[in-house]
Design a binder for this molecule. Structure first.
Ligand code: ADP
Ligand code: MG
Length: 236
C-alpha cells in the first residue's frame, strides 16, 4: 500500500535521505531503525508531506502523494505522530482530536465527531480528560494525545516516530498492546523506535538506515543479526 522509490532529501550539502526505496503491504507493521541522524524522521516527514522531497516518489495505493501538501496526504489516510509533539496548546484535548478528525480521510462533525474523539482519547488512556488543556498534561500524556489524534482519523497508514520513548515498563506493555490493536484494525504501520522490546513484539520486518542510506530490509531477527547493522549501531 506504500511504495517509496529512490526517495532523496538534501539539506544544503547534507544528504539526509539518499535514494531510499521500500514497500509496505497492507496491514504490515515494519520497523524503521538506525542510529541518531540516519534519516528516519526525515523519511517520515517526506511521506507525510511535512517536508518536500529533493527527488524520488512516494505512492499510497498506487497514487503519487509526493509533492502534495500535508493536509491532502492526511485526507488520503496517512496519519503520524511527531518525535517532538505538535499539539494546539490553547485547545482542549477533545478539540485537538476533533481537528485531526475534521482533516482526516472521513471528516466528521458534531456529535459523531465528538464520539469519535472521545473514543480515541479513551483508547490511549486519556478517557474523561477531553475538557482538559494541553499544558495540563505531562509529556507522556501529550504523546498519548498525539496518538489519539492520529488513530481517531482511522488511518490506512500510521507513521509513529519514537512514540514509545520515555515510557516505563508497564506503560510500554500497554503501548505495545495498543499499537497491536491498531494493526488488528487493518492499519499499516511504519514504526521508528529505539525500544527493541517494542520492535521485536510488533515488527516481523525491519528496515535499517545509516547516514541516509537503507542498509538492510528483511525479517527482524535476520536484520538485527546482520554484521553491517551491528556495525552501524556501534559506529554511531
Ligand atoms: P533520525 O530521525 O534518524 O535521527 P533525522 O531524519 O532527524 O534523523 O536527521 C537526518 C539528518 O538530517 C541529520 O543529520 C539532521 O541533522 C539533518 N536534518 C534533519 N532535519 C533537518 C532540517 N530541517 N534542516 C537541516 N538538517 C536537517
Ligand atoms: Mg528522528
Amino acid at each position: 500500500m506504500l511504495e517509496v522509490r529512490n526517495l532523496t532529501k538534501r539539506f544544503g550539502g547534507l544528504l539526509a535521505v539518499n535514494n531510499v526505496s521500500f514497500h509496505l503491504k497492507t496491514g504490515e507493521v515494519v520497523g524503521l531503525l538506525g542510529p541518531n541522524g540516519s534519516g528516519k524522521s526525515t523519511v517520515m516527514n517526506l511521506i507525510s508531506g511535512a517536508l518536500m522531497r529533493s527527488a524520488g516518489e512516494v505512492r499510497v495505493d498506487g497514487q503519487r502523494i509526493d509533492g502534495e501538501p500535508a493536509h491532502r496526504i492526511a485526507r488520503r489516510g496517512v496519519a503520524r505522530t511527531f518525535q517532538l509533539v505538535r499539539l494546539a496548546p490553547s485547545l482542549s484535548l477533545r478539540e485537538n482530536v476533533l481537528l485531526s478528525v475534521a482533516f482526516g480521510p472521513e471528516p466528521l462533525w458534531g456529535a459523531d465527531a465528538v464520539r469519535r474523539a472521545d473514543a480515541a482519547l479513551d483508547r490511549v488512556g486519556l478517557g474523561g480528560m477531553g475538557d482538559r488543556r494541553v499544558p495540563d498534561l505531562n509529556y507522556i500524556d501529550q504523546k498519548r494525545l498525539e496518538l489519539a489524534r492520529a488513530i481517531a482519523t482511522r488511518p490506512r497508514l500510521l507513521l509513529l516516530d519514537e512514540w514509545m520513548a520515555g515510557l516505563n515498563p508497564t506503560e510500554l506493555k500497554t503501548a505495545i498492546d495498543l499499537i497491536a490493536s491498531v494493526r488488528d484494525g487493518g492499519t499499516t504501520i511504519l514504526l521508528v523506535e529505539h525500544i527493541m522490546e517494542a520492535v521485536r513484539a510488533l515488527c516481523p520486518r525491519c528496515i535499517v538506515m545509516q547516514a541516509g542510506v537503507r542498509i538492510a530490509d528483511g525479517p527482524t531477527a535476520e536484520v538485527l543479526a546482520d554484521p553491517q547493522v551491528i556495525d552501524a549501531y556501534l559506529g554511531g
